[in-house]
Every structure is written in C-alpha cells, then in structure tokens.
Design a protein around this ligand. Structure first.
Ligand code: ATP
Ligand code: MG
Length: 258
C-alpha cells in the first residue's frame, strides 16, 4: 500500500499501515487493531501532538526509571510494531529489561515479538515461552503469566498501551507503573503511578532523550522530580486541555454562555 506523502494525515496513515503489516506478520493481535483505532480517536482530541502534561509526565517517568533498581519494559504487539527501536534504546539507556507480555498470548506471537526486538538490537528478551513461569495473582488465564526474572521481580514497570486490570494488579503487587496511553480516561491511565497521555510513537523518543539528559542528576534530584509529580492532577490537566481545545473549535473561546 502506497500512501501519498502529501496526504494531510500521511503520518497517521503510515503508522496504521505499519500496524496492519505487523498484524500480517503475527506480531499484532486482531484486538490490537481495535485498540489502535481507539487511540487514534483520542489523538485527534489532543491535536496529534505531545501536550505539556505529557512532557511533565515524561520527565517524572524518566526519573522513576533511572531511580529503579529493577526496571522492566513490558512489550506487547502494538508497542513492538510501532516502536521496537525506541524500546530497545530505552532499555539500553536505563538498564531496563525487555519482557514480552501479551493479553492474547500465543507462543508464535511471543517469538515474533522477541525476534523483532532482537532485530532492533535487543540482546535479551524475557517472558518468552516457559520463561514466563510465574503468575500474577487475581488475573485470569494467560494474562497472569510473567517472567520471574522480569516483571515479577521488578520495582518499576513501563507498560505502553496496557489494559486497566493488569495495571491494577501490578500496583497491588507494590510495583510502580508507568503507562503510555492516549486515553486519559482509561483505567490504565487512572491506575498508573505516572501516565504519559501521548502517542507511543511521539512519547518514546522523548522518554529516551529525557533519560539520557537526567542521567547526570543525583538520586535526590531525581527523587524530587518524582515526588513533585501528581498523576491525578496531571490527568485532570490533560482533560482540561482537551476541553479547552474543543471549546475553541466549537467557537466558544470568548467565554459566552457556555
Ligand atoms: P482500560 O482497560 O485501561 O480501561 P481499554 O480497554 O481501552 O482501557 P486496552 O484496549 O486494554 O484499553 O488498551 C489499549 C489502550 O491503548 C487504549 O486506551 C488506547 O487509547 C491506547 N492506545 C492505542 N494506540 C496507542 C498509541 N499508538 N499510543 C498510545 N496509546 C495508544
Ligand atoms: Mg481494557
């Protein structure tokens, strides 16, 4: 499929094609395509850009990752399809392990994702096959399976495009969770320690950059970046920004009766 480069929404269409291609390669589950469509709708509401609230969340997330003793990046099909290279870069700059963690687990998909991450430069990928031998309590079936050397032992877990239930289960296990989710209303967004309301495609390069920059700071300075961040307040500010944008588009900016 060829997308005309002068199409007004070419970037978004190219991303969509990348996902469809990854679906054909067995990396993305059919349900992943639906999740992407939901994300696209929220991206419209954000103006398809990284909002200032996402920038502050990215800084807090970078500090949290740099402070972590055992950080893990949880990788699903969509994240792998959209950002394999950046996920590997992030794992290198923070020392975080990469773990395949799927809602719809099949051995084939696990292996396809691990292969793609290795092509992108990953040395080791956790959570494939029998390696995912531990379980998270209170989650059903395949979704509970994690790697005892990865997510189970982690103190900080980055979950791009995760499901609300899993995020909640990770929090209950005492883990700090960083979510990347375009939907500020999702349970994932509300349950996470730090939620980056942004497209993974835009957020990850910024997160890699923030980690590289903040790396020179001492632990106390990093800790203060984390403690000054309030996720609930940040999500409310993101919603207010969406609302403000909609009001402007609806022609109410001069504060009429509203
Ligand atoms: P929850 O269970 O957390 O309430 P959900 O059922 O909508 O929410 P899932 O389908 O489990 O969530 O996960 C997909 C989430 O990922 C959606 O909230 C969607 O907005 C988001 N999403 C999809 N594509 C992207 C993307 N490219 N970047 C960031 N977020 C995305
Ligand atoms: Mg869900």
């Amino acid at each position: 499929m060829r997308i005309p480069p002068n199409h007004p929404r070419a970037a978004s269409l190219i991303i969509r094609e990348r996902l469809v291609e990854a679906y054909r390669q067995g990396i993305v589950a059919p349900e992943g395509l639906l999740a992407h469509g939901r994300g696209e709708a929220f991206d419209y509401l954000l103006g398809e850009r990284t909002i200032p609230e996402a920038e502050s969340a990215i800084e807090a997330a970078a500090a949290l990752l740099l402070l972590a003793a055992r950080p893990v990046i949880s990788v699903n099909g969509n994240a792998c399809a959209l950002a394999a290279e950046e996920l590997v870069k992030l794992s290198k700059v923070t020392g975080a392990r990469l773990e395949v963690n799927l809602f719809y687990r099949t051995r084939q998909r696990e292996e396809a994702i691990a292969r793609r991450l290795k092509e992108a430069g990953a040395e080791e990928v956790y959570g494939v096959g029998e390696q995912a031998s531990a379980t998270i309590p209170e989650l059903s079936s395949e979704r509970r399976r994690v790697d005892p050397r990865g997510i189970l032992a982690a103190d900080v877990v980055l979950v791009p495009l995760e499901d609300g239930d899993r995020t909640e289960a990770l929090r209950r296990l005492g883990k700090q969770v960083i979510a990347i989710d375009l939907n500020p209303l999702s349970r994932t967004a509300r349950m996470a320690t730090v939620t980056i309301v942004d497209n993974i495609v835009r957020a990850l390069p910024r997160l890699v950059q923030a980690c590289a920059t903040l790396r020179t700071l001492g632990r106390e300075e990093l800790a203060s970046r984390v403690s000054s961040f309030n996720n609930e307040r940040n999500l409310r500010a993101a919603l207010a920004r969406i609302l403000e944008g909609l009001r402007r588009l609806a022609g109410e900016e001069d504060g009429g009766e509203g």
